[in-house]
Design a protein around this ligand. Structure first.
Ligand SMILES: [Zn+2]
Length: 280
């Protein structure tokens, strides 16, 4: 789909499952299971939908998915499916990892940054995209180096340190324009220094909502993940982003939704509602 000077493609680079209760926080299961049915272990199906933005001589990837460096035990716990890698997703375009010029990392949780690096045939871990600059907020990088007991299970140094060692990591001190018509929006409720990505188009813009609004049903304001470190900050940030998306008739991208990847947003009496866009 075209947005101004860029061609934007959605890539499904992974499938896994997370606990439904953790994904919907204080919302009772009787409400959320209508949207996302749980398996026998109370887990719901999740995707890793990545964004490829092409134009101005760049192939920009937003997030890198789960990657492929996990133990059998870890894969089983999160029901990580084989066969969905960022390399395979890029091949459908077709592109290879060598073609990626820039990687925007929303934050360093393993389901967003796991594909940053690969284990090569010599068992060494190195950047997946050898020619790319990787962009991350410094605040998130520093948090990931010293996470709390609540969220440290989501961080693996192997997803970022080899990128830093290779000199490919760009730490940013604020949001704002990164490239022409590509803006980073920093939010802090889920984790400090998460960056969302907005692509400005002539008629319609696009907003990659990351883990601020990872699933379509979370457009409902109180539907906030138990994973979030500062849920009331998330609540405020969701209101601001959804207001902006509704005013701009913006296309929202839900990074983890397997059923509704993209939708527009509008105001209702109760808050916000979405209109799925299926032709993305
Ligand atoms: Zn996250």
């Amino acid at each position: 789909m075209k947005f101004g000077r860029y061609e934007v493609t959605l890539l499904e680079a992974g499938r896994f499952k997370l606990d439904g209760g953790a994904m919907f926080g204080v919302v009772p299961k009787v409400l959320w299971e209508r949207h996302k049915p749980a398996d026998e272990k109370n887990r719901i199906a999740m995707a890793t939908n990545l964004l490829l933005i092409q134009g101005e001589g760049r192939n920009i990837l937003v997030d890198t998915g789960l990657g492929n460096k996990y133990s059998a035990k870890f894969k089983d716990m999160y029901a990580i499916e084989d066969g969905f890698t960022v390399e395979r997703a890029l091949a459908t375009v077709p592109l290879t990892v060598d073609d990626i010029t820039d990687v925007i990392i929303t934050h360093l949780h393993f389901d967003h940054a796991g594909g940053n690096t690969i284990r090569d045939h010599k068992e060494e871990i190195r950047p997946t995209f050898p020619h790319a600059r990787y962009y991350l907020q410094r605040q998130q990088y520093e948090w990931a180096n010293r996470p709390s007991e609540k969220d440290r299970a989501s961080y693996f140094p192997e997803n970022v340190m080899p990128v830093k060692a290779a000199g490919q990591l760009e730490l940013l001190d604020e949001g704002g324009p990164l490239f022409p018509d590509i803006e980073l929006i920093v939010v802090n409720g889920h984790t400090p220094g998460q960056q969302l990505v907005r692509v400005a188009g002539e008629e319609r813009s696009l907003l990659f909502a990351g883990d601020l609004i990872p699933l379509a049903p979370q457009v409902a304001i109180p539907w906030i993940m138990a994973y979030d470190l500062y849920p009331l900050t998330t609540l405020q940030e969701k209101k601001e982003i959804l207001n902006r998306a509704a005013e701009e008739d913006c296309l929202l991208i839900f990074e983890h939704d397997r059923d509704i990847q993209a939708a527009t947003v509008h105001h209702t009496e109760k808050g916000f509602a979405i209109k799925p866009v299926v032709t993305f």
